[in-house]
Design a protein around this ligand. Sequence first.
Ligand code: UD1
Length: 419
Amino acid sequence: MHKYRIRGGTRIRGVLNVGGGKNAALPIIAALVLSEGESVIHNCPRIADIEVSIEILRHLGCRTDFAGNTLTVNVQGITATDIPDVLAKKMRSSILFMGALLGKCREVSICSPGGCNIGLRPIDLHLHGLSAMGAVIEDDGVTMHGKADTLKGAFIYLREASVGATENLMLAAVLAEGETTLTNAAREPEIVDFAKALNSMGAIVRGAGTSTIRITGVKKLHGTTHRIMPDRIVTGTYLMSAAITCGDLTLNHVNPSDVKAITANLLAMGCRIDEKPASLRLRAPRVPMAIPHLITEAHPGFPTDMQAPFVAALATAKGVSVIEERIFESRAAHAAELNKMGARITLASDERVFVINGRPRLHGAVVESGDLRGGAALILAGLGAEGETVVTDKGYVARGYDGLAENLRSVGGEIWLEQ
Ligand code: UD1
């Protein structure tokens, strides 16, 4: 159990560097299974989900070295096609090894993936797409066993623009025979970075970043050197830490054009934002303004991963805000915890709509995180609140943030991680 102890009320001021994106690094690491030889991945965040991915690579027979933020992986043949349950259960992205192993070895065994508890999170789109390419997947109630005598390109329409399904099908398609077309594909910037990494390994992927992605199968992928894009959600979280504490924070190593849906809403709250090609400065207003209606959507809409941090920030805005969660069914555990800190949040429509009645200040309390971004939201609320807040956390926050407490401390936050 991790415990974040926060003494609220100090301003976040200074400069921070943002590291590589978790959601870009995870599919890129899974893709290394498809390659042969050595790959060097720079700007890799040191977070729990990446450690799990590296353990999976090792189990599959790859040699790995993780020094600083550079991950070196050597692939000289894959020696296993199963993902141990203990690793698969630790994170949802373990499912990406299904597409990767089917692509490389035409065989895979994996149990249902774990991850944050934020709704049903089905994998039907992954399975339908892989079946359309010729894989036969049998579920014995514990483990899914996939086999593909031949893996063939296919035309696949995704009912939802799922990030994970788009990536899994790209992984299976790059070494399949012929051309695969994914329509209604996810358009997140992480998909673009992923396609860039695949292409640098010798894959032929076109259209990433649009809703139609075309992949022409090739026989082999070689090793590569790739730099992971900046983390959009870490960028947003640090910006919120300044917004919530009346602060003034500059972030370097960011990509401002990828976080427009976040900065546009910070502007609407009254923050001033200065943008340079790879940096952002946020100066917070004395009292942030409410946002009348904010909806989470697929990119380029407002990201669901920023919903909880915005709920926390809007708890002390002037006026009433409404946030509608449209991506996941149950991503609202933070609301009750924020209410323990004095927030006035009510949930409607099956807990998918947050009505936030802003008040001048929250107070410290002992609260518990229920998921990664919800945990970050409680930490943000603690930074802005009066008195001491303790956020107990079952390791969720460390799955997505590299050195969150140290980084915030370096810009004036009074926050300590006790383990
Ligand atoms: C990814 C991100 C996560 C982000 C989410 C939405 C990673 C590692 N995680 O998660 O941080 O919150 O995108 O931007 O990149 N769905 C189905 N069937 C499927 C797959 C998905 O119905 O087979 C639905 C989901 O229930 C959800 C929606 O599609 O309602 C979007 O989910 P998806 O984009 O797949 O999320 P993840 O890839 O799990």
